[in-house]
Design a protein around this ligand. Structure first.
Ligand code: HEM
Length: 503
């Protein structure tokens, strides 16, 4: 077949334009800066969370005005879990581990040195067995920054100024959990040849449990990466996928240098994380996710305080008592209790495969007010020897961040306040626990009320958390100038593969 020379010329021109465009293509920053051209710092690291509801007032000492029981007492009354309760929706561990990986991409409420100890009730079975009545658990308040008082939703402090908690991560879903939040960290995570990533010590990692020396931990893009081995497995899956893509690009483009291969592979991985979040993860929470309608620079993708300090912590109730391992033929192997798994890199010594099988095969805990003992009584160590309670930490964080009470929050986000205990949950045991803990429905902590709610039809959370999570993920997508469904990003990512967890 003869092709007219004018057609050939047009094809050449299009290819040249296309290649110029992609060569000069901008890749997103590591910090989230410059995503929004008008407000370059919006959604970037170390900027304040936004608010959906006016925070509670603090007292003259700058402490929250608390009339409810101390958070550990609420934890004992509400969250105590004596038996396993499987997921009503039959979700498996993959769901909770991806959820944790996702939040480590979006938010970090980094504590500072301002200590606000959690009071332990006298004779607490785990934290004050000898009934001294003077035990506390360490809790450090979140870093704050001053914000303008004029947005209608801030609360003025005694000093006439307004403050907001800082997000110590960039808010965009940009896989920074793998690549780090700065070029410098990212460099340390790269092999700097062939566009590949490496996985050796050298990057600062949290090691709260101090079970193993820090140089035995895995280096990943986010400080909390070793917090549990399941999370490390998700990190490893994406790291291997990055390197697989890098090898593919290196083979296909002998003229690409390390940097170009790296950035293209990174861009594909960001697409995968965004796609999995919206096509596979969120539909389980939200039933269905509306179609993408394009980038809107007026939308702020920053994480809301209510989302990170309250609603998305629903994940702590889905965690089961052990990390499960399965053999190739589906036989259950020796599990590892969660309390021995914190910051334990050796849990991966048999490779990630037995754990990935467990992700698919093991039903997770139901999303409800109950939290397993290993999280509630043995977080990062034995009680009294550094052990903590994640439920009371969540409640203390809610109070520290001035999250309004459950009913006040509902009202402020446009939901009908509840007037009876049964409006929250049809479960009689849950109603009784709430009644025993709070004097009035209006006192319920937002974290407790949200978890106590019956699940919405087609969702695994109740109405309040549903609303907050939906609102967040609408903004996360619409406010991202590098969203994978935008035509220019599709063009950039045209050699990526449509890999997800299902396909
Ligand atoms: C074994 C599993 C997990 C452990 C040990 C764990 C532990 C923790 C700890 C210690 C904190 C800080 C608490 C504080 O002082 O405020 C935290 C924060 C948080 N976790 Fe988890 N978590 C786990 C799983 C999950 C899951 C499955 C999800 C969600 C699906 C999740 C969501 C969150 C959120 C939203 C925060 C607040 C992030 C921030 O703003 O700093 N976690 N987690």
């Amino acid at each position: 077949m003869r092709v007219p020379s004018s057609t050939l010329l047009s094809i050449c021109i299009i290819l040249t334009i296309l290649s110029t465009f992609t060569n000069s293509q901008e890749f997103r920053s590591y910090t989230g800066e410059n995503n929004n051209k008008e407000k370059p710092m919006q959604g970037s690291i170390y900027t304040p969370f936004i608010r959906l509801a006016k925070p509670s007032k603090f007292n003259a000492n700058g402490h929250p005005n608390i009339t409810n029981l101390p958070s550990r007492a609420v934890s004992n009354f509400i969250f105590d879990q004596q038996q396993r309760i499987g997921s009503k929706e039959h979700l498996t561990d993959f769901f909770n581990m991806f959820g944790q990986f996702l939040i480590h991409n979006m938010a970090l409420s980094k504590p500072e040195t301002n200590l606000w100890p959690i009071v332990v009730p006298k004779c607490d079975q785990y934290f004050d067995p000898s009934c001294t009545g003077n035990k506390t658990m360490n809790y450090f308040r979140t870093r704050l920054t001053q914000v303008q008082c004029d947005d209608g939703i801030t609360e003025t402090d005694e000093d006439g100024k307004c403050y907001e908690q800082i997000n110590s991560l960039g808010a965009y879903i940009d896989a920074n959990v793998l690549y780090g939040n700065s070029e410098e960290i990212c460099k340390n995570l790269r092999s700097l040849s062939g566009g590949e990533m490496k996985n050796v010590p050298g990057v600062p990692m949290d090691n709260d449990a101090n079970l193993f020396p820090i140089d035995q931990l895995y280096s990943v893009g986010e400080r909390r990466g070793n917090e549990n081995p399941g999370l490390l497995v998700i990190h490893t899956l994406f790291l291997r996928e990055h390197n697989r893509l890098a090898r593919k690009f290196a083979k296909a483009h002998s003229d690409w240098d390390d940097e170009k291969i790296f950035q293209h592979s990174r861009s594909c991985i960001i697409e995968q994380v965004q796609k999995i979040t919206y096509e596979e993860y969120l539909p389980v929470i939200l039933g269905s996710v509306p179609h993408y309608t394009g980038y809107n620079p007026k939308v702020n993708a920053q994480v809301s305080n209510e989302f990170t300090s309250t609603a998305f912590r629903f994940g702590h109730s889905e965690v089961g008592p052990s990390l499960e391992y399965y053999s190739e033929n589906g036989t259950r192997l020796q599990p590892l209790p969660i309390k021995f798994s914190y910051f334990n890199p050796h849990a991966l010594n048999q490779g990630i495969e037995p754990i990935v099988r467990g992700f698919y095969l093991n039903e997770e805990e139901n999303i409800d007010i109950y939290m397993i003992s290993d999280l509630r009584n043995f977080l990062f160590g034995k009680p009294g020897q550094g052990g903590l309670d994640l439920a009371s930490r969540n409640l203390q964080r809610n109070r520290d961040h001035g999250i309004p009470s459950y009913n006040s929050l509902r009202k402020q986000i446009g939901l009908r306040p509840v007037s009876t205990w049964a409006d929250i949950s049809t479960d009689k045991v849950i109603q009784e626990r709430l009644k025993k803990t709070y004097k009035s429905i209006d006192d319920i902590d937002a974290y407790v009320g949200g978890l106590a709610e019956d699940h919405m039809e087609g969702s695994c959370v109740g109405q309040t958390f549903y609303f907050i999570i939906q609102e967040q993920f609408f903004r996360t997508r619409a406010g991202d100038r590098f969203w994978y469904e935008l035509p220019e990003i599709k063009l950039l990512n045209r050699e990526c593969e449509s890999t997800t967890f299902l396909k």
